[in-house]
Every structure is written in structure tokens, then in C-alpha cells.
Design a protein around this ligand. Sequence first.
Ligand code: RP5
Length: 173
Amino acid sequence: MPVKPTLMQESAPLVGIIMGSQSDWPTMKHAAEVLDALGVAYEARIVSAHRTPDRLYDYAGSARSRGLKCLIAGAGGAAHLPGMAAAMTPLPVFGVPVESHSLKGQDSLLSIVQMPGGVPVGTLAIGKAGAINAGLLAAGVLALMDDALAGRLDDWRAAQTAGVAEIPVTATS
Ligand code: RP5
């Protein structure tokens, strides 16, 4: 099966999307899609706290100096990635608990959310909703300093509101 590479954007990335495994991408791609829709430059990388600790050290340690403004980190199971990233960068880190097979992501959620005071990870919902909202939060942070992006975010929210029907319908099969 042909492999579709992650979208590479022209401008320098402002958001780093990292995940512990290729298997996290079907979840984390939803954060990328939100950033694409809002015109926010990002990069996506597989960086495992357990399997590639040196890559994590290099990535998180250089994130700010490379111009990134925040990180979105997704992992499942014993999900140390967001917390370890937060330990090594002062950038805001948004953690996405990826749904695991055995415990349905409750393990991921608890291992990401229970950070000690002083090393924050802004933890989102388990799975797709969390990834989408991490993308929106990252965009919201950047929009504080970018009026054009703030306008695009307003438009995105208005479109979402306009897309909600007032009257429910029964689907025909
Ligand atoms: C974690 O282990 C990853 O974030 C992933 O969610 C989980 C399973 O990884 P794979 O065994 O599918 O590579 O580190």
C-alpha cells in the first residue's frame, strides 16, 4: 500500500505535533487537520518516550529555539510523552490521551493528566475529540498574537455553529 507522507508546509512550523507511535497518527491527524483548516504551520513527528528517548530529548530540548510556540503530544497506554516533553521545554504542551485497546484510553488519560504541580500538561479528552480540541487550543494560543488567525478562528467557530441543524431528522437506510 502506498504511504502518504505527512503534509509538509511551506512556512516555518509554529506547532509541533508529536506522538509515541505511528499507531497514534489516526488520532493525531485530527489535530493536524484543524491546523490545516486554520492555516497554522505545524510539523508532525513520531517521538516515543520509551522507544526513542534520545529523539524526545533532542526534540523537546530544541523546540523553542527552533521557533515552535507550543506542542501537541499524543500517546497511549503508559503515556509519558506529554509529561516528559513538558519537563524539557517551557512551551505550552497539550496532551492528547490516545485510546488504548486494553483500557480504552483511561490509562492514557490518567497518566497524562496527573502531572505534579509545576510541570503542566494541558490535558484533553481521550481520542479524536481531544486531538481536535488540542489543535483548536494551539490555534487559540497563537491567535492571541495574530489577528488574521484570530479572524480565521472566529470564522471556523461561526461555520461550526451554522452547521448545527435546529430540527433533528431520522436517517433513512
Ligand atoms: C505508546 O504506546 C504509543 O503512544 C501508542 O499509543 C502505544 C502503542 O504503540 P504501538 O505498540 O502501537 O507502537 O507509546
